[in-house]
Write a protein that binds this ligand. Structure first.
Ligand SMILES: NC(=O)c1ccc[n+]([C@@H]2O[C@H](COP(=O)([O-])OP(=O)(O)OC[C@H]3O[C@@H](n4cnc5c(N)ncnc54)[C@H](O)[C@@H]3O)[C@@H](O)[C@H]2O)c1
Length: 271
């Protein structure tokens, strides 16, 4: 328990079940003193697991499909009513590729699927930021975070069209971070997280072998969902007020490691 977020109010997207990164972020923000509103797509609500988190951290759930401007506006209005004022932080923890779900290889993409996945995974971040910007819904020195993956910078064969979605998401953080910074001193960043066992993560082909490879490559090992939650708390707090428009790696050093001894050992050739 710490008090880094005492008195702060935030909206958290994307807690589907107890493995979701957003679930851990919500728990950690709550135990750091924040008040939370939880949200997810109406379809995810039907699974019902979010209600146990809502009870545990005393956070209302306001459904919103993050691709719908009307639903985003309703979410922000209702959240401000609930908080009796503006919002201090938002976590966008949303990702989905229809091509990945339907096993379409990258060299045979369906472009309707691509457009849907791009809208859900990336453009929704712009829609959220633009809605909050127009409604003047975020307090000065507020903080907005999106979650991303390093396939935006380097190629991972089975990450498919999610690589482009993440590049787009990271670019929105930079571009909107400029405008929101000028207008309200609001920071916008993305966290590039290690592979983590969750519903979305495990949907990627060969995910467990990739997770084990990343573990062996990273000097500090893979960052867990709990590590990500702790990092989010620091970025929502006043200790990181001038960190903005960044893509920040929470990956145990994976992104800066060419090769590790652990991985080289697998290729020892009678030396
Ligand atoms: N798990 C990993 O290995 C990993 C690594 C790096 C980044 N990330 C990113 O972390 C974020 C959270 O994913 P997760 O791994 O916790 O998986 P998850 O499946 O628990 O979360 C994804 C969430 O997106 C929500 N969602 C989907 N469509 C939506 C819509 N239209 N409107 C609102 N919400 C919608 C889902 O309901 C779900 O709650 C994603 O952006 C993901 O790409 C995950």
């Amino acid at each position: 328990m710490n008090t880094l977020l005492k008195g702060k109010k935030g909206i958290i997207f994307g807690a589907l079940n107890s493995e979701s990164i957003a679930w851990k972020v919500a728990e950690q923000c709550h135990s750091s003193g924040a008040q939370i509103v939880l949200t997810n797509a109406p379809m995810a609500m039907r699974l019902g697991e979010i209600n146990s988190l809502s009870d545990a951290i005393k956070a209302p759930v306001i459904p919103a499909d993050a691709t719908s401007l009307d639903e985003l506006q309703n979410l922000i209005e209702k959240s401000m009513e609930h908080f009796n004022g503006k919002i201090d932080f938002i976590l966008h923890s949303i990702g989905m590729s229809v091509n990945v779900r339907k096993n379409r290889p990258y060299t045979d993409l369906n472009y309707e699927f691509l457009t849907k996945g791009w809208d859900v995974s990336a453009v929704s971040f712009h829609k959220l930021l633009q809605t909050a910007y127009k409604m003047d819904a975020i307090n000065e020195w507020g903080s907005v975070l999106g979650l991303t993956y390093m396939a935006a910078q380097r190629t991972f064969p089975d990450y498919n069209d999610m690589a482009e979605n993440k590049s787009y998401l990271e670019s929105i953080a930079r571009s909107f971070g400029y405008h929101f910074g000028i207008k309200n001193k609001v920071r916008v960043n993305t966290i590039s997280q290690s592979p983590t066992v969750t519903t979305a993560g495990s949907g990627v082909k060969g995910f467990m072998s990739f997770l084990n490879f990343a573990e062996k490559m990273s000097p500090l090992g893979n960052a867990t969902a709990e590590d990500c939650a702790n990092y989010c708390v620091t970025l929502f707090s006043d200790l990181t007020k001038r960190v903005t428009m960044q893509n920040l790696y929470n990956d145990g050093g994976f992104s800066m490691t060419g090769v590790s001894q652990n991985v080289l050992d697998q290729f020892m050739d009678g030396e």
